[in-house]
Ligand binder design. Structure first.
Ligand SMILES: Nc1ncnc2c1ncn2[C@@H]1O[C@H](COP(=O)(O)OP(=O)(O)OP(=O)(O)O)[C@@H](O)[C@H]1O
Length: 323
């Protein structure tokens, strides 16, 4: 659920963050907040600046510009006051490969003030049967699960999850979503980066899509796709050139290549998009009828997060509502 909040209530707040590596500015004025009990997903193209943003929040880097705060405190250098309240699943896990799973959990528990017990953690991440196995022998997905268990066992109030489900099979990913949802339900503020759009759609209360160091789109998942328009699509019939396709009311035509074939895609935008899309269909069907054409795989669908993402990725901001 989206909880209305002001910055004072935010667990995490990022204001006009800039971050440079030498002369290269990787993050160019990013702002967002994450409230307790909220999951904010940071999506974006490769190299968009997501990890840099998360690492700055984790206190590994000092901002080149702007500010970041975790519970109102500057996280740079991981001050002692923040350490027990924050945990993370980083892209590169820091566990010792030679320890067993149980030893690894015990080690993390020794460093925590009020940790969950080992059995609870192993159960939660479905690694109870691997307790005596060395970390080296875990699969990639199992290692990610262990990382999540280690992060959760300290009962953090803020969790940074940098691509936590990479390498997981679909079932393990779904199990992991349940654990993450459980954390949010308990009031944890979660900042998630992911390349899985479905993951963001399922988990995020709000999300942002980054490209080249900037947030290009932000909102709840439904806000992000709303106003983006419905799509009418079909495989371009053989021998029909795109210029021959009809103009439809309130709809803009583009040719897409899908599965190697050109597709005609009309985007219908504006208020009351459903009835506009409906109105656009009639002249299209009449046009096909006159030519005795069958419109193969004709579809009418809402825009998806993937549509928005791909437009952001191609830098096609003119397409974005409000741009
Ligand atoms: N230590 C570094 N030194 C120099 N440049 C860096 C460094 N770390 C990251 N960069 C550059 O900064 C930009 C942002 O990188 P970052 O890892 O934050 O992106 P990302 O959005 O997490 O990407 P991905 O989705 O590929 O993980 C990239 O162009 C990257 O090459």
């Amino acid at each position: 659920m989206t909880t209305p909040h002001h910055e004072g209530a935010a667990a995490v707040s990022v204001r006009n963050l800039r971050q440079s590596y030498g002369n290269f500015e990787a993050v160019r004025g990013v702002s967002f907040t994450v409230a307790p009990g909220e999951l904010f997903a940071l999506l974006g193209t490769n190299g968009a600046g997501k990890t840099t943003t998360v690492e700055t929040l984790e206190g590994f880097r000092r901002p080149s510009g702007g500010s970041v705060r975790v519970f109102g405190t500057d996280p740079f250098g991981q001050p002692a006051a923040l350490r027990p309240r924050v945990n993370a699943v980083l892209q590169h896990s820091g566990v010792f490969e030679e320890l067993t799973v149980a030893e690894t959990v015990e080690l993390a528990r020794d460093l925590a003030a009020d940790p969950l017990d080992t059995a609870t953690v192993l159960d939660m991440v479905s690694l109870a049967d691997k307790a005596g196995v060395t970390v080296r022998r875990l699969s990639g997905g199992q290692k990610r699960r262990l990382d999540l268990g280690l992060a959760v066992l300290t009962r953090p109030e803020v969790l940074f999850l940098d691509e936590p489900t990479t390498g997981m099979d679909p079932e393990m990913r779904r199990e992991t979503w349940k654990i993450i949802n459980g954390q949010v339900a308990e009031g944890v503020a979660v900042l998630l980066t992911t390349h899985y759009l479905e993951e963001a759609e399922r988990l995020a209360d709000r999300l942002a899509i980054m490209h080249q160091g900037e947030i290009r789109v932000e909102g709840t998942p439904s806000e992000v796709v709303a106003g983006w328009g419905d799509r009418i699509g079909f495989r371009l019939p053989a021998h029909i050139r795109s210029e021959e396709l009809p103009r439809l009311p309130d709809a803009e035509l583009a040719i897409d290549v899908r599965e190697g074939d050109p597709w005609a895609v009309y985007t219908v935008t504006g208020s009351d998009v459903a009835s506009r899309a409906h109105r656009a269909l009639a002249p299209l069907l009449a046009w096909a009828e006159e030519r005795s054409l069958t419109l193969e795989r004709l579809e009418l669908r809402s825009a998806s997060l993937e549509d928005v993402f791909l437009s952001v990725a191609s830098g096609d901001l003119a397409d974005l509502p409000g741009h």
